[in-house]
Write a protein that binds this ligand. Sequence first.
Ligand code: ATP
Ligand code: MG
Length: 359
Amino acid sequence: MTTKTYRLGVLPGDGIGPEIVPASVRIVDAALAAAGAGAVEWVDLPLGRAAIDEHGDAVPAATLEALADLDGWLLGPHDSAAYPEPHRSKLNPSGTIRKHFDLFANIRPAKALDDADAIVPGTDLVVVRENTQGFYADRSTYRGTGEYMPAPDVAIAMGIITRPAVERIARQAFELARRRRRKVTIVHKANVLKLTTGLFRDVCREVAADYPDVAVDDYHIDAMTVHLLRRAAEFDVLVTENMFGDILSDLTGEIAGSLGIAPSINASHDRAMAQAAHGSAPDIAGQDKANPTAMILSSAMLLEWLGGRHGDEALRDAAALIEKGVAATVQAGTKTADMGGTAGTREFAESVATTVERL
Ligand code: ATP
Ligand code: MG
């Protein structure tokens, strides 16, 4: 058996990033060893506040070039609102990277770690959010879209949906559903936004024809919020456009227990970036208080994604070990302050790592 050595970037970010990202690296290494997977070569790259201080740029060109040679990376959170100008006014580091590498799929699972904390126990779903279009479409790519003010008291927003963009996100959702419970729910608002979200729904339905083994249904975004609150555990994969996905994934994260522990990856066909859903939490930075769960689980998602892309089962095993290690740690009562416990970042991460080694 040949084992590939994966090259993964480490971009710690701002605030609590330098605490939660290294903790995740340590746990990934432990899981790879425990699963008998090939090793990872970690590549440290400057980005964010540290990069401004050292290189005069929050997103150095050299970092983007280096990322292009990697299989994926762990991205810590950024506090770009606190950057000095001109850096503050630019697109933030995460957005810049997403755009540069066309990371069109934002995959955000909502899985209850501990049913006692979940609003809907048993929730285990994934929001697949289109990351490049809708009302959040990149202003420079699609001329004329976005927001503008034709008069001082009038603001107009426009959204864009294109068939190729819907096709590729829909395929991601159906492929994912095949590895899960084989159910996709399309979320739209085709009774009002008939052309844009209507096209989104219709193209998803067309793609569904290629996946006869996957059940499909669709809901309006407003009705969906109600169904989720009442019966989130019945849903598997939700696919939706950019803004709906942004809002819906915050809701599902909270339904599963806490948005603070929600992981995500942003992916294209050939690269993926692990990124916690939460921000840089500057108020608790450097105090060993941060909950590393979201970053750890995002790293596991990256391994799962790489495993799928390269047909490397050992990587998928490592991802599963991390998930189990986190769940076992939490269920044993080792929790950080935001989860109602007393463990610090290091203690929590160490508990996950040793659990992974013992599983
Ligand atoms: P952003 O604009 O970057 O999304 P935000 O305004 O949403 O930031 P966060 O940085 O996510 O804010 O923090 C919101 C609150 O949640 C803060 O009180 C912060 O301390 C807390 N918080 C966020 N992430 C974590 C974490 N991983 N562990 C513990 N507390 C956290
Ligand atoms: Mg936020």
